[in-house]
Design a protein around this ligand. Sequence first.
Ligand SMILES: *Cc1c(COP(=O)(O)O)cnc(C)c1O
Length: 391
Amino acid sequence: MNDTIKPALRGTPFPGGDTRAIGTPMQPSVVYASQDPDALDAVYEGRAAGYSYAREGHPNADVLARLIDGMEGGTGGLIMGSGMAAVTATLLGLLNSGDHIVAGNQLYGRSLRLLDQDLPRFGITATLADPTDAGAFAAAIRPETKLILVEVVSNPTLRVADMEGIAALARARGLILVVDNTFTTPRGYPALANGADVVIHSVTKLLAGHSDVTLGYVLARDPAHRQAIYDVTTTMGLTPSPQDCWLAERGLYSFELRHDRAQENAATLADMLAASGKVAQVLYPARADHPDHARATSILTNGFGNMVSFTIKGGRAEAVALTRAMPGVAFAPTLGDVATTLSHPPSSSHRGLSPEGRRALGISEGFFRVSVGIEPIAHLLGEFQRGLDAV
Ligand SMILES: *Cc1c(COP(=O)(O)O)cnc(C)c1O
């Protein structure tokens, strides 16, 4: 027998030494070994640091959560497998059958579906109201209302919610204020500092920034809320993958630079679009002609964001012509990528609405939403000019 030949067994130590890796290690292990049952008890009961099973938590999620906590100015944030997992865990964690939600009427499409189709099956109902009018939110409150869900900047018309009025209302009526801060980012709107009880992000979007991970984040101010949201996340398996957390962490280190550049590009693009004879309307909160410009100026602390919407003169035929004439900008229904993406809500996010329903929101066949990226501005202006020339 040759005793230099050995079977491959678990347990080879990871080589360390006197140097330190600059990059965060990725830890894909699903399971963690403990010394003995007493040591495992200590981990489960929080008396000792450590992990047990990746669905319950893992180091890459914690590294990412601590970084986003810092940006939001809080502690104890949780990472979920997607932005919708974050919304779902929050609502199922904090609400019981019989409870009622008041929510913005232009929330992310899947959040609207959750409120409209899924939560009612569990006895949780919602009333939608115009978030630019805190009075409309007040009027929608019922005795069984427990929670308000709002996005600061709406999709796709980029209306800016009356966050001061809504936060004051939530405080006065003892309601849990949940802010989905995805569009605004912690940099654009410090949600926790402005009275949110729970802050949600789709990390998939600007925070990770490269369209290669799907992740969510929830920060709850109240430890009991945090525990309830954590328990739903773990039990329902809304857990993030370590690989995604690792990639999102890498994206986060360039977030501020990307955010600055994307906002600068967005402002320039909005002005260029507004000056075109082919464009009927531009929506960008930095512009004086935006319906919520004054409010945007007072509540958005670090620029006006990377989202620009515009309506061309014409209908579906002109919309198709514009899209085809600018292949250098991806026609794709997402946001927050390093590259600019163009979306057409009538054929994507808002295709489920009737034409009248869309018209009520100001969305015609000529309506586009742009998630502005960090390309050289000359490239973007050139692409959009080609698109407009084809209209
Ligand atoms: C994209 C998005 C979500 C959902 O996030 P996913 O990561 O795609 O699940 C929720 N809220 C807002 C505002 C979003 O833009």
